[in-house]
Design a protein around this ligand. Structure first.
Ligand code: AR6
Length: 172
């Protein structure tokens, strides 16, 4: 499996699936969610309505419509409330649920945004460590997904994910 941390806009990714950091309504919002809905077009919202929401830490898959990606995997990340409300486990569950849905749908390449580290205020360093470890562990144990991208919107986010990757791979 190839794992790459890149800086950019996830709506431009030509992967089989991109992940959306959604909310539990799945009816759109700001941040990366707003950008994905704008780029995909109104058909995406119409398909999202059919789910009647999604629990935090779970995931639902839709088509990509006008996006270059074939699918969008929507996952509501945890809102940070201090860390003693299961936030780390829920964030890990987001990454696992998305990878599992991607594999079930025969996706070879998946792109993730930094789930929960914007409006949901999850501390960036901890979120990056959880994301990197969960992705690498999952892909070590399951075959099928060949390429995973972490798409960081700004240079600080990318630097923190690069550091988390270094730490995780040195620990092996
Ligand atoms: N490509 C990649 N990353 C992006 C993009 C983009 N086009 N736009 C923003 N980011 P956030 P959350 C980064 O707030 O914390 C929404 O309203 C952003 O810089 O989008 O999980 C939902 O509807 C940050 O690093 O998601 C929910 O209500 C990261 O994506 C709520 O926000 C996540 O920031 C979810 O909050």
């Amino acid at each position: 499996m190839r794992f790459q941390i890149v800086q950019g806009d996830i709506t431009k990714m030509r992967t089989d699936a991109i992940v959306n950091a959604a909310n539990t309504s799945l009816l759109g919002g700001g941040g990366v969610d707003g950008a994905i809905h704008r780029a995909a077009g109104p058909e995406l919202l119409a398909e999202c309505r059919t789910f009647h929401g999604c629990e935090t830490g779970q995931a639902k898959i839709t088509k990509g419509y006008r996006l270059p990606a074939k699918y969008v995997i929507h996952t509501p990340g945890p809102v940070w409330h201090g860390g003693n409300n299961g936030e780390p486990e829920l964030l890990q569950s987001c990454y696992r649920s998305c990878l599992s849905l991607a594999a079930q749908n025969h996706c070879c390449s998946v792109a993730f945004p930094s789930i929960s580290t914007g409006v949901y205020r999850f501390p960036l360093k901890l979120a990056a460590e959880i994301a990197v470890k969960t992705i690498l562990d999952y892909c070590r144990d399951h075959k099928g997904i060949e390429e995973v991208f972490m798409v960081c919107f700004d240079s600080n986010t990318k630097a923190v994910y690069d550091e988390a990757f270094k730490k995780e791979t040195m620990a092996i």
